[in-house]
Design a binder for this molecule. Sequence first.
Ligand code: AFP
Length: 353
Amino acid sequence: MVDSYQPLDHELALDRDCTTLSRHVFQQLQNFGPDAQDLSALMNRIALAGKLVARRLSRAGLMEGVLGFTGEVNVQGETVKKMDVYANEVFISVFKQSGLVCRLASEEMEKPYYIPENCPIGRYTLVYDPIDGSSNIDININVGSIFAIRQQQSEDLDGSASDLLQSGRQQIAAGYILYGPSTMLVYSIGKGVHAFTLDPSLGEFILSNENIQTPEHGPIYSVNEGNFWQWDEGIRDYIRYMHRHEGYTARYSGALVGDFHRILFQGGVFLYPGTVKKPEGKLRLLYESAPLAFLAEQAGGRASTGTHDILDVIPEKLHQRTPLIVGSREDVALVESFIQERSREQASVAVKA
Ligand code: AFP
């Protein structure tokens, strides 16, 4: 009888070192057909953009003209950082000649960027936040890029990109790049969530965590409590509950990608609720909340507006904002329960009045 072959430790390590992003996409799809080729190529381009941004960030303090503001205000009414502009252009430049996308839509552009007619045009759209958490850049704390890939659904002859106004369930892939102590790319093509770490000696993203599962419950709540008095009573009730019960701890970095990354791995909940004056909150649906909601669900977690699953929300406009509650299933449900309790109370007061 012949023993079945057991790979040696060094063979396993070598195999892991060879699991690059594009190889992983093919492994996941288990075929080499045109869709798999496209997805693999799309992920490779995103990885290249991530490497270019990471390279610039790693030397930002040593170079002229990298840090600080441009003096411009973007479509969101927010001051623009030089790195925002650079990263936005990196993604355009990486995809312009790729033949993979027809348009790119980002936080930094009022209207989508259409691939010019003299370049090959593909059938996908990349939506992205080139630098998320840009207030962290000048002080050398983690930032990220968030992305999602959608397939073009119509001819888009009037250039309005109205076919992008569909729910997050239309996303083919989503993920983020975290520029932290190491650079990581986390992605899903609807077959689990997987993390890759940039090995600077190879210049490659190498598989580091496969099939990440978010715990059902975690100790962390991540929210800007400076907004406490601007929230609805339901969110305030939830925070009071956190303060009064043991086993919870707060973490907040000011960069969604970093805070989400912690919760994806360790469990807990991230919240950016609306305020009484701005019920839709701060975060953007198409290129911040929906991609992270896609990852959260794929990792066994959830993402909610407080009343609806984020992935079911159909945007009315490209830069639409949404409240976001994302993380472990039990913790998201707990936040929702406080919101629902208050709205029930308000409804019964209204009926009596
Ligand atoms: P910036 O990119 O303007 O720094 O905003 C970052 C962000 O969109 C998200 O990454 C953070 O979670 C959130 O805003 C922080 O906002 P607050 O400063 O209001 O807490």
